[in-house]
Structures are given as C-alpha cells and as structure tokens.
Design a protein around this ligand. Structure first.
Ligand SMILES: *Cc1c(COP(=O)(O)O)cnc(C)c1O
Length: 362
C-alpha cells in the first residue's frame, strides 16, 4: 500500500533528535513561552527572510490574529481566493468581515490576479492570498494593486513553507503572513501549531500581545486578547525539522518532476508551475474528468489518494448564504482534482510504481 502521506515515516527519519529535544523540554520544567519558542521563531523568521516570527496555536489563529491586529471588522471587505481550504475564509467571517471570493486560474489553481481589481470597492481593506498546493502566487500585479488602493497584503502560507517568488520566500512577500504547522504540512509539528511572519515590528508586537491575553508585560492588558501560543515541545520539534525543510522540499520537487516527466496519460492534466523554485509541492494535484473512476482504480492498485477539495466553500452548509453563488472555475476544479501521494519519505520504488499504474489507466 502506498500511503497518501505516511506521517510516521516522515517523522521517524528525525526520531533521535526529536526524542532528545522532547526530553530536554521535559527536563527543563518550562513548557510555554520559553527558550525553544524563542530559538524556533528566530530561526523560522531567518528562514523566511522576514524580521519577525511569532509562534501561535495553529494556522487559523494566525490568520485570525492578523485580522484582529489590523482591527478590520464589521462590513470590511477582504479579497480572497474562492478555491482554498476553508480556514482562510473562516478567519475573515469570524471577524465579521466580508470575504470577497475571487475565482482561481484554471492552470495554476491559485487566485487569478486579473480578476482582483474589479472586486475592489471603497470597503476593501486587504487581499488575503493563499499559496495553494505549495505554489507561490505571482505577486507583482497584486503588490501594484495593493499600493494603488492602499490595501494590506496578507499571505496564507499554510501550504507553502519555503516556496519562492522571484528569489524571496513566502512569508516575506506581503505585509504579513500566516503559517500552519499542522502535522501534514511541509513543516509539521506533532500536533497543532502556527506562526505569523512580518517585517513590521509594531504589528508583530501587537499580535504578540493579543495572542497572550493582550499582554506584553505580566498582568498589564492593553488589548482584549486571546490565548494562542506555540508550546515549547512543538517549538522544539519544529526547530529540529526546520533544519531539514529545504532537503525535504527538494525531495518533493524531485518527485513532482519525475511525475510530470513520466506520467503520460491523455486522460490526465498534470500541474503547471511557472518556475522551479515557486512550488514546494505540498500536494501534487492532477485533474481528470472521471475522478471517481481514477480514484477507485488507484485504490484497487494500493495507491491512496486525496481530494483538495471536494466541495467548494460556497457550496458548504456552513455558508448557506452563498448557495446561489456561481463560481464555475472553482466548481470545475473541485469536481476534477485528485492528489497523488507525495512526501519526502517516499521511496523511488513507490514513486515509480505510481507512474507505472497511472500510465496504464484508461
Ligand atoms: C492548513 C491550512 C490552514 C489552517 O491551519 P490549521 O493549523 O489547521 O489551523 C489555513 N489555510 C490553509 C490554506 C491551510 O491549508
């Protein structure tokens, strides 16, 4: 059986170092906001090329905290891709802001930059981008628009740790970015975790306070804050895994390249990425008209697959108010996409097997 993502195997490669770090935290007797958090945040900021990183409890919190810090609220509009994981859009609506959905580009699955300007109104406050499937969004047009209309650019980089646009990493492409360290992400913890990165010190300090009960100094509460912190054990584990992130992403790139060069099947559309460094291949997404048939066929051949995502957000019961909305590109993508196994822990034999099975599919 070729698993979609064998997390045990992924983490087992760093088992000794992770064991030692967890032991170190246990021995220290200090479990929150300590040295591990400090080291990891410093290293993660460096990795992204940003001045500041703040560890938080998860990716959704990271997005939520960013919106809170900007004090966006009732009636404020935030432009966001219609095709994303629901967390991006939940963060907007949880703050009483209005998500303005923009269709993706059918070739890259990322937000179509040409459709953004027509959605901007006097109420627009920000563009919340998602580097979907691990591929950095081409930023030039977006940054120009943001400047022209005085909008904040917020990156949802939960799927793109290490992805590059014109020599700069995600997390350093807009005003501020949110990351998730959910176990299945390219940089994954052994539980929940998240971070924000930014070059704006004032904003960083404000979020640092909000995430810790509104306080930078014990028992002095400047904001009505929340509790959203990255714990010492997760920070320590992430600091170990961060050292290997580039190597792991390189292995993903190798697998993606092998898939793209060797899967030859007229019934399948392979992913398109505009530049080698742009994607860290969080998932490898193909498209096909007969998805259920292909998924069953792969399953019969012991290959596990996944769908990112089967139901558009505007068709979810949670967003009944969008029931009648028509977003044909998003709907088509959700109907046709299928994610093949990809992970830094896959063997060559497994990768070759996937290609072989894909190539005899009719
Ligand atoms: C995973 C993910 C999130 C949420 O991260 P959590 O840590 O699960 O809260 C947000 N946005 C995108 C695009 C994601 O893939």
């Amino acid at each position: 059986m070729i698993k979609f993502l064998d997390l045990h195997k992924v983490n087992e490669r760093y088992r000794d170092e992770i064991d030692d770090k967890i032991k170190e935290v246990l021995d220290s007797g200090w479990y929150l906001l300590g040295r591990q958090n400090e080291f990891f945040c410093k290293n993660f900021a460096n990795y992204c090329g940003a001045k500041f990183a703040l560890g938080v409890a998860n990716g959704l919190d990271a997005l939520n905290l960013i919106i809170k810090a900007y004090e966006f609220g009732a009636g404020d509009e935030i432009i966001v891709p219609a095709h994303t994981y629901i967390a991006t859009i939940l963060a907007i609506s949880q703050n009483q802001c209005i998500p303005i959905l923009v269709e993706p580009d059918i070739l890259t699955y990322n937000i179509n930059p040409d459709l953004i300007e027509q959605k901007i109104t006097p109420k627009t406050k920000a563009i919340m981008l998602v580097h979907l499937y691990g591929t950095a969004v081409p930023m030039d047009n977006i940054l120009t628009l943001a400047k022209k209309y005085n909008l904040k650019v917020i990156e949802d980089s939960a799927q793109a740790h290490g992805a590059v646009y014109k020599g700069k990493k995600t997390g350093n492409l807009g005003d501020i970015a949110a990351f998730s360290f959910y176990p299945g992400k390219n940089l994954g913890a052994l539980g929940d975790g998240g971070a924000i990165t930014t070059n704006d010190e004032e904003l960083y300090l404000k979020i640092k306070a909000i995430a810790n009960y509104g306080s930078l100094k014990k028992y002095e509460h400047r904001y009505k804050g929340v509790n959203s912190r990255l714990d010492e054990i997760q920070a320590a584990v992430l600091d170990v895994k961060l050292k290997y992130l580039d190597k792991d992403n390189e292995r993903r790139r190798q697998i993606a390249k092998y898939y793209c060069e060797n899967i030859k099947n007229p019934n399948i559309i392979l992913p398109q990425v505009y530049d080698e460094a742009a994607s860290v291949w969080h998932v490898f997404v193909i498209r096909t008209q007969n998805r259920t048939q292909l998924q069953n066929y792969l399953s019969d051949n012991a290959i596990e697959t996944n769908i990112h995502y089967p139901t558009p957000i505007h068709k979810q019961s949670a967003y009944k108010e969008w029931e009648s909305l028509s977003l044909p590109i998003t709907e088509q993508i959700c109907k046709e996409v299928l994610s093949l196994p990809i992970s830094p822990a896959m063997s060559d034999a497994e990768v070759e097997k996937v290609v072989e099975i894909m190539n005899v599919y009719k």
